[in-house]
Design a protein around this ligand. Structure first.
Ligand code: HEC
Length: 147
């Protein structure tokens, strides 16, 4: 009787330990995937355009978005040189993004240009992705990054 009682307690402890192991694994996976979607340095604390907060990681993430998910390259060219559809995004007489400033480029990416092919958040990019892609475009225009 006493032995059986001890076994039951022992089993309860084992179940408790197993639950803890599962919980730890779930937490580790959640932390891992959060890190995968937002690599360190690609999203500044405040998502506002500030050139002093541009990191190389942001520019690299922006380059990937420009040539991938954001589809910017399709209209603005692989090297930001422009196409028949859309203007260059290198230094030029900016029409919508006034003076080619970081904030102005970010604004065009998030608001679009009404009545043109330039839509807000092209291909459904997020605000953070728009910030990264604007950081990339601005940095290339400033000669601080390669296209
Ligand atoms: C479907 C084509 C298309 C795609 C995709 C596109 N754009 Fe544009 N974009 C345009 C057009 C067209 C204009 C010029 C609008 C006008 O006539 O004033 C423009 C203008 C701009 C401007 C302002 C240029 C200036 O002279 O002021 C910026 C900045 C810009 N796009 C950034 C981006 C970024 C960043 C992406 C990707 C996230 C992107 N665009 C995706 C077509 C596109």
């Amino acid at each position: 009787m006493a032995g059986r009682e001890r076994n039951r307690v022992g089993r309860r402890r084992r179940i408790g330990a197993a639950l803890l192991t599962v919980l730890a694994a779930v937490l580790a996976t959640a932390a891992g995937s959060a890190a995968a979607t937002t690599p360190r340095g690609t999203v500044p604390a405040r998502q506002e355009p500030d050139t002093s907060k541009i990191t190389p990681a942001m520019v690299d993430a922006g380059r990937a978005i420009f040539h991938g998910k954001g589809t910017c390259f399709a209209c603005h060219g692989m090297n930001l040189e422009g196409t028949q559809v859309a203007p260059t995004l290198k230094a030029h007489a900016w029409r919508d993004a006034k003076k080619g400033e970081f904030a102005a480029i970010f604004s065009v990416a998030t608001h679009g240009v009404a009545g043109t092919l330039m839509v807000a958040f092209p291909n459904g990019i997020s605000r953070a992705e728009a910030l990264n892609v604007a950081a990339y475009v601005w940095s290339v225009g400033q000669g601080r990054a390669k296209p």
